[in-house]
Design a protein around this ligand. Structure first.
Ligand SMILES: C[S@@+](CC[C@H](N)C(=O)[O-])C[C@H]1O[C@@H](n2cnc3c(N)ncnc32)[C@H](O)[C@@H]1O
Length: 381
């Protein structure tokens, strides 16, 4: 059995696992268990994956014995680095437990190096990477405190935070004014669209090309366009930079400036994955009136965009789109477009694991959020 530690937007992360046919059982609100193992590399919503080594430990003493027993079997003859992360309402103080364990490990002839938890009771991905805790002589012990028992897992893989931040912050062209999709969210959206590797990813509102970059690294050829020449130039620069800085990139084609409401799509198999125009990027608190003033233009843009897709001879296999919503005084203001889009001839995909069809992504303190929806065209290809 394997455990998946999910990111902040747990519903999006669960839906992503569902789209990869990973059946899950919830252990804690942010940890699920599954018999299936995949790599974290292309999962934007999973922070760590671990292998369960014991699932019904009842006391802290038994937990210590279980870890010692496990380490004993490793036949270690070099220095052994280990750390502990504890999730759920913890019965242990991780650092006290880790230091006590060090003594016990020395008693059985191991040369231990304890890596202290650096985020409360847990180790973050950067610490796992820099202390080599998933190598032959390194381990992260993941302690999951559920209502009935303590479960123990060993971390197998974790998100490469350095690679994400390189893609996010070091690409040569960044335009904060138009809003950029974070790389992890781009990966989640591409996975939600369930695209066969032989099909292309098309982003008709490509902006600075963030989503195309992720598609390329995930093994998809892609095509991007945008109404603005500044943005297509920006995408050109970023995608060229990607090829120079990352291995195994699939081709990315950037088209001349194109209006997404009358674009033509490829003749071969493709899916559309995109974040459309989000309206004004509010840096200070807007009024309800300011938000409402955005709506007609945005509603018109998206309805025309979906009407245009319907005119294509070769329809996309799926469309995963991020639409804006706004959060003001803890109230959500939506475009209320989903049903209207469906009425144009699209079926909204349901995510059974979260009993929802729309998923939201919103950062604390921001006024604009993203509503993620997957549509399948009703029209036959
Ligand atoms: C929020 S950005 C997309 C961000 C992009 N996903 C990224 O990661 O950089 C929205 C983009 O939509 C473009 N846009 C607005 N109206 C458009 C239209 N009618 N057709 C095509 N692109 C449009 C804007 O120029 C802008 O670059």
């Amino acid at each position: 059995m394997y455990i998946y530690l999910l990111g902040r937007e747990t519903e999006l992360c669960l839906a992503e696992l569902e789209s990869k046919n990973i059946e899950t059982q919830m252990l804690l609100p942010n940890i699920v268990m599954s018999p299936k193992l995949v790599d974290t590399k292309n999962l934007g919503g999973t922070i760590k994956i671990g292998e369960l080594i014991s699932d019904s430990i009842s006391t802290v003493g038994d937990l210590q014995a279980e870890i010692i027993n496990y380490c004993n079997k490793l036949n270690l003859d070099t220095k052994f680095s280990y750390g502990i992360s504890s999730y759920g309402s913890s019965k242990i103080n991780v650092n006290q437990f880790g230091i006590k364990l060090k003594k016990k490990l020395k008693e059985i002839g191991i040369k231990p190096r304890y890596v202290a938890a650096n985020e409360g009771n847990t180790l973050n991905a950067a610490s796992l990477k820099h202390n080599k805790l998933t190598s032959s002589n390194g381990r992260e012990f993941i302690v999951i405190n559920t209502q009935n028992s303590i479960k123990l897992a060993i971390c197998l893989s974790f998100q490469d935070v350095d690679s994400y931040s390189k893609r996010d912050y070091e690409k040569p062209c960044r335009d904060r004014k138009v809003g950029m999709l974070p790389p992890k969210l781009s990966q989640i959206m591409i996975n939600l669209a369930q695209i066969p590797k032989s099909a292309k990813v098309v982003d008709p509102f490509c902006g600075s090309g963030g989503l195309l970059m992720e598609a390329s690294l995930m093994g998809y050829s892609s095509i991007g366009s945008d109404i603005s020449k500044d943005m297509t130039d920006c995408s050109q620069k970023n995608t060229a930079w990607l090829k120079q800085n990352f291995d195994n990139c699939k081709p990315i084609e950037i088209l001349p400036p194109t209006d997404a409401t009358n674009a033509n799509y490829p003749n071969s198999d493709y899916s559309i994955v995109t974040e459309g125009f989000l309206g004004t990027n509010f840096l200070s608190k807007p009024t309800v009136q300011l938000i409402n003033e955005q709506k007609p233009q945005l509603r018109d843009l998206y309805l025309k965009f979906f009407e245009n897709i319907n005119l294509q001879d070769n329809m996309p296999q799926s469309i995963c789109i991020s639409l804006p919503f706004w959060v003001l005084n803890e109230k959500v203001i939506e475009l209320n477009l989903i049903d209207e889009i469906a009425n144009l001839g699209y079926t909204i995909s349901e995510f059974k694991s979260v009993r929802r069809s729309t998923l939201s992504y919103h950062r604390e303190g921001q006024f604009t959020g993203r509503q993620i929806v997957v549509f399948k065209p009703n029209k036959e290809k």
